[in-house]
Design a protein around this ligand. Structure first.
Ligand code: GDP
Ligand code: MG
Length: 175
């Protein structure tokens, strides 16, 4: 049995649904929270990926540091993948994704120097007061180096597992 260990970052503005996303993904599974010296927190989820492989995810939620927008390098250190989330009812959270992605790309790279795989998640798709269109998300995703983007609703449990599965798949494919 081969075990892959992956550090995954969840970034994006405050209130877009990051913590809810992590809880939704982890709930019902074994998980544990740790406190580190820098005050960040990660949760663990173990996936049976195939007959011969398990994947142990260390999911880092930025937990209250969103206002700084620029994160410390410690947070990014050794990360293999990233979820960048915004709220489709909050255009400023979408506009800020550009900065989040730039910060990520300058601080988190694979051993060979390439940017780490990042998925763009358009959350709160259950809400009627949506202001960010699918066209603008698709264009932004294409122009800013995301391997894909998805609409999610953490509330309705839409695309939560699927998004994480795509990210793990992408991480394995670039290793
Ligand atoms: P964070 O600051 O990014 O960690 O966001 P939270 O997870 O704390 O969520 C902020 C608020 O958005 C909370 O009131 C959540 O219940 C709500 N929320 C999160 N995801 C969704 C969603 O998919 N749909 C709706 N309608 N509300 C959501
Ligand atoms: Mg949070």
């Amino acid at each position: 049995m081969k075990e892959h260990v992956m550090k995954i970052l969840i970034v994006g503005n405050a209130k877009v649904g990051k913590t809810s996303f992590v809880h939704r993904y982890i709930s019902g599974q074994f998980s544990s929270a740790y406190k580190t010296t820098v005050g960040a927190e990660f949760r663990v989820k173990v996936l049976q990926w195939s007959d011969k492989e398990t994947v142990r995810l260390h999911i880092w939620d930025i937990a209250g540091q969103e206002r700084f927008t620029s994160m410390t390098r410690v947070y990014y250190k050794a990360a293999l993948g990233c979820v960048l989330m915004f709220d489709v009812t909050d255009s400023s959270s979408f506009l800020r994704c550009h900065q989040w992605k730039q910060d990520l790309d300058t601080k988190a790279t694979l051993p060979g120097g390439a940017p780490i795989p990042c998925i763009l998640l358009a959350n709160k798709c259950d809400l009627p007061e949506r202001v960010v269109t699918a066209d603008s998300i698709a264009e932004f995703s294409k122009n800013n180096g995301f391997f894909t983007w998805m609409e999610t609703s953490v509330r309705d449990n839409r695309n939560v597992d699927e998004a994480m599965r795509r990210l793990v798949q992408e991480i394995l494919s670039v290793q």
